[in-house]
Design a protein around this ligand. Structure first.
Ligand code: ZN
Length: 494
């Protein structure tokens, strides 16, 4: 091993330990730490986070990366390590162009605006958040100018969350989806809707935990390389493909919520657990492309988890664990989990109206970053679009423009990746059918492992190595297209 490689691997290992400490502290903080222990944990996280930041942004480390990249040693590195060196160097070069003072002010404004957003949402008073939002938008544009001079700011932001994607492509597929979806929604809503909340009752959280265990085992989550915890909002966190953790939240009066969170987070986890072991402990061991990652959680949650065939092998076992479900037939259950309704909150929306929630947010961000909309006009614009797409006006701003936290910490450009995930799913389903035939008969016969194996083989094992656009091209053999998702909705709901 060359001298530069040796030096780099030593630093990379050190950085890995700091990051592991941060991840572990954060996992503990969300799942186990009592309220009184939070400040101590937060201090420790700041300590290790600062160490990691100092190491990874130091001049010495930058020059080491640069030297290694330009040396003959680079080609001898493993594929995962070449990815690590290449992407770290690229990101560092961008970040080094941001003036330190500016960056400090930007972070300070973010923590201020996260608090003002919370307060504004609690009291449903947009004016408490508006001025900070204005500052965030201005500074985010400025930051894009530093990192990617000459590139349009909104495209820089999209690229942060879904690398290689651009507004031209998103404009095209979102427009296609909107055009198909708006009349389709009218048609779906005109049909008689099944009765809602047939599962009313009290469901023991411990029994719900057992259901989660059952569902995770069923979809193929590895308990050898994974574990579960409880938190306020469900999430997935990964240390390596061998240690992937999911959380859940159990509501006494709603057993469906924890079932679908189990499947959704399980889908994220299955992605992380099935990355090629050769990529472990490199930057490629986890897929950083939000849309692609989300496509896998949603494939399990929606494409598989909302079809009857998925439940055939497990529903009787779930009824045993949750006796209140015994009076509800499988058909009734499947109807219940496939309600289409126009509701105000994005995170609670069904798979059809969810698309419109995201299109609305994408269009708002377009107005902000490309159209120059004024911050004080945003609530009105939001409500107009809600009326236009979902046929109601939010009762207040807490149920409208203030509902999501994304803008409060300047995560502009994040929203479209959720919907890109669903659009990918429509295409993946087509490709999967072409390879495996009828998915329903596989599921009904308890062969979900075949479906999972296909996803492992085509998508998961590459980790971060393939960009979303490359995955789509390799797996589906054609450019991004919203038609398969539209067809999936049409076949299912009309
Ligand atoms: Zn997710």
């Amino acid at each position: 091993m060359g001298k530069l490689t040796e030096e780099f691997l030593k630093k990379w290992e050190e950085l890995g330990y700091y990051r592991r400490a941060c991840t572990l502290l954060s996992w503990d903080m969300y799942t186990a730490t009592p309220r009184g222990g939070h400040p101590g944990m937060a201090d420790a996280m700041t300590f290790f986070g600062t160490k990691a930041f100092e190491l990874s942004t130091s001049d010495a480390f930058y020059h080491l990366l640069k030297e290694l990249k330009d040396s003959g040693e680079y080609d001898a590195l493993s594929e995962g390590m070449r990815f690590t060196v290449r992407t770290m160097l690229r990101d560092l070069e961008k970040d080094r162009r941001i003036p330190k003072e500016f960056y400090r002010d930007y972070l300070a404004l973010q923590s201020k605006s996260m608090r003002s957003w919370e307060e504004a949402k609690r009291s449903s008073d947009y004016s408490l958040f508006g001025p900070d939002l204005d500052g965030l938008i201005r500074m985010t544009k400025e930051k894009c100018g530093f990192t990617d001079p000459g590139k349009e700011p909104y495209n820089v932001l999209i690229d942060l969350y879904e690398e290689g994607m651009d507004t031209d492509t998103i404009d095209r597929v979102f427009a296609q989806l909107k055009e198909g979806l708006l009349p389709m929604l009218e048609q779906i809503l005109a049909k008689p809707q099944p009765k809602s909340r047939i599962y009313e009752g009290t469901y023991d959280p411990d029994a719900q935990k057992k259901v989660q265990q059952l569902l995770l085992e069923y979809i193929g989550f590895s308990f050898e390389n994974g574990t579960v915890g409880v938190s306020e909002h469900p999430f997935t966190t990964s240390f390596s493909p061998r240690d992937v953790r999911v959380t859940n939240h159990y509501y006494e009066h709603d057993p469906i919520s924890s079932m679908f969170s189990a499947i959704h987070e399980g889908g994220h986890a299955i992605f992380d657990q099935n990355v090629d072991p050769a990529l472990a402990d490199t930057a490629a061991q986890e897929c950083p492309y939000m849309g692609l990652h989300e496509s896998q959680s949603r494939f399990f949650e929606n494409i598989l988890g909302r079809r009857k065939s998925f439940w055939v092998p497990v529903y009787p076992k779930i009824q045993e664990l949750l006796p209140d479900l015994q009076d509800i037939s499988l058909d009734e259950f499947v109807q219940e989990i496939n309600h289409v309704q126009c509701t105000p909150i994005r995170t609670q929306a069904d798979e059809v109206t969810y698309c419109l929630h995201i299109i609305l947010r994408y269009e708002m961000e377009q107005e902000i970053f490309r159209g120059g909309a004024k911050v004080e006009d945003l609530p009105r614009l939001w409500n107009e679009k809600t009326k236009q797409y979902l046929h109601f006006v939010p009762e207040n701003d807490a149920q409208g423009i203030l509902q999501d936290m994304h803008w409060s910490d300047a995560s502009f450009g994040y929203f479209p990746s959720y919907l890109l995930g669903s659009i990918y799913d429509g295409m993946f389903l087509d490709a999967m059918r072409a390879d495996l035939g009828d998915i329903d008969s596989l599921l009904e016969n308890g062969q979900i492992a075949v479906v999972r194996g296909w996803l492992n083989e085509k998508i998961h094992r590459f980790g971060a190595l393939r960009l979303p656009g490359e995955v789509i091209k390799e797996v589906c053999g054609r450019p991004l297209d919203a038609e398969p998702l539209l067809r999936y909705f049409r076949e299912k709901y009309l």
